[in-house]
Write a protein that binds this ligand. Sequence first.
Ligand code: PLP
Length: 370
Amino acid sequence: MNIKFLDFHPSHSEIRAEILEALAKVYDSNWYILGKEVQNFENAYAQYSKTKHCIGVANGLEAIHLSLKAIGVEPGDEVIVPSNTYIATVLAVTYAGATPVFVEPRLTSYNINPELIEPKITSKTKAIIPVHLYGLPCEMDAILNISKKHNLSIVEDNAQSQGATFNGKMTGSFGLANATSFYPGKNLGALGDAGAITTDSDEMANKLKILRNYGSEKKYFNSVIGYNSRLDEMQAAVLSVKLKHLNNWTSERVKIAEKYKFLLKGIPGLEIPQPVEGATHVYHQFIIRCKNRDELKNRLIENGVETLIHYPIPPHLQEAYSSLGFKEGSFPIAEEISSTVLSLPIYIGLKDEQIEYICDVIKDFFQSKN
Ligand SMILES: *Cc1c(COP(=O)(O)O)cnc(C)c1O
């Protein structure tokens, strides 16, 4: 058997006609930037997220960056981020001129450990970025309490968790401004780069619309130094089609994850995803964890199964951030995670027999070890 890590083919062939029709409509419309399609998608995604506003932007990184600018993060400020996140979260803090302050995750959820946040708060701390990693919401009740107590803003990084909830509330609706990404491989993916910000604040929405469009509200009048970070009409049209399928696709992801969990439970030495009270998981990735990760990855490749590692090097050990002065051992939990996690294939159309095959290879591997 040959199983790719990610295959768009099954989901994309299901909606091919719908997508091509939407693209043709944009092609014929004579209007390609900030038009009806972006407006329609923004309305639909705001409704989906149960927020008052959605502002479409160029990508997920820009969504975080512009959110930080809009909430007023400035050079000299500190922003709390998890020590095990995708680099984009950290880059956005740097773009805003602020310093990322890393807080370790829980080993059981891979998400920021709220109990470790308060000791890292200083007079310079301006915001917290909870990252709902792999599709699992952070413990937002505890994080909201801390943010209220210390008067900090929250900007969620919801790039991996569209459709997830914590205590019944959608991720992407907790913070003052919340970022998401529609990179093709995300749960809701465009056919290229795209992102969005969700917010309940009219003030934030206005600021963000100006920031994404050269700092201009009225054409050729520039009130602030802005950016060119717009969602385009083609991607918005694609996203509007795909959004209608997202709930079904999420259910399919959950089903795949449940099957994996059922087949992989009770293997000594193998960690599988654990539930978190109040959180619904949308399984952007299905993560397992074990000591002999590299050996297991090789065994899977030999048997035709592609896997990935999210992420092999935590941000504090990236060369780009050497100036922060961290070294191996600075954030041991993030380092432990990066050296033990493995992402198994999960995508719309992954078949039961493929899941069973993958789990058989994994079980054989552990039987030969134990
Ligand atoms: C994908 C991702 C981003 C960045 O999104 P892009 O659209 O690729 O810029 C940010 N944060 C997390 C957690 C992501 O997974």
